[in-house]
Design a protein around this ligand. Structure first.
Ligand code: ADP
Length: 231
């Protein structure tokens, strides 16, 4: 569903991604884990067509992503570096999403209002970071995406809201076979929700594995977690 092959990315002379491979099966919840600076956001910006790779292939639903509007309109993306147009209220954003995403589901949007309980007339850039993330979950789940890509999505969410959004994602995957990739610098945060995990370190993909196999192979975890790797 999401496939990256031999991906290299340079920023000037600095190699931020080094021969990265990634395979996310349809209907899975994939945790992309690694310490800060590992390259997670850079990889995600290739998956969402923001960056163009120097070498390698990036495919979603069997199609190359870069400059592919058709694919981009099927991806629900929650970025780590949130930016909102200053005048936009939640309502304005919902209208914008409705225009951009053909699978926008108004009924779902209205239904999720009860989960998030945020006043639609609020300007989004005036909300706290946690509330902004909630708005993005609300909108992203309403576009009925085939693929969801979430970059550190639970930063700033309290444990109760975290549980709520995790439940919504798990339900969505079970009902519609959505494919989800979630990044985090903390494996523990993801291990209750993910079935597959990729561990990145210094621009490389160290291990890609089924979560159960990864857990049973302590040695692999020790290699991945040595030095500056948080446990
Ligand atoms: P992570 O998301 O895992 O914290 P990033 O993908 O943000 O890691 O960063 C990976 C590395 O690439 C870091 O060393 C970071 O400083 C560098 N980097 C990221 N974006 C840029 C950029 N636009 N220009 C130069 N270096 C960058």
């Amino acid at each position: 569903m999401i496939r990256v092959k031999n991906l290299d990315k340079y920023f000037g002379n600095f190699k931020a991604l080094d021969n990265v491979n990634l395979n996310v099966p349809k209907g899975s919840i994939y945790g992309l884990v690694g310490p800060n600076g590992a390259g997670k956001t850079t990889l995600i910006k290739h998956l969402t067509g923001i960056y163009k790779q120097n070498n390698g292939d990036v495919e979603i639903l069997g199609e190359k992503v870069y400059e592919n509007i058709n694919i981009k309109s099927k991806i629900g993306y929650i970025p780590d570096d949130l930016y909102f147009f200053p005048q936009y209220t939640i309502k304005n954003m919902a209208s914008y999403y409705k225009r951009i995403y053909s699978d926008w589901n108004e009924e779902r949007y209205q239904k999720l209002k009860k989960v998030f309980e945020i006043d639609e007339n609020k300007k989004v850039n005036k909300l706290s970071k946690g509330m902004q993330k909630q708005v993005l979950f609300w909108l992203t789940l309403s576009i009925m995406p085939k693929v969801m890509i979430l970059d550190e999505p639970i930063d700033g969410l309290d444990p109760l809201m975290r549980k709520k959004v995790w439940n919504l994602i798990v339900e969505d995957v079970a009902e519609r076979e959505t494919t989800v990739l979630i990044s985090s610098h903390n494996l523990k945060e993801l291990e209750n929700i993910c079935d597959h995990v990729g561990i990145m370190h210094k621009g490389k993909m160290l291990i890609e594995s089924n979560l159960d196999e990864l857990k049973s192979d302590v040695h692999k975890i020790q290699i991945a977690y040595k030095n500056d790797f948080p446990t």
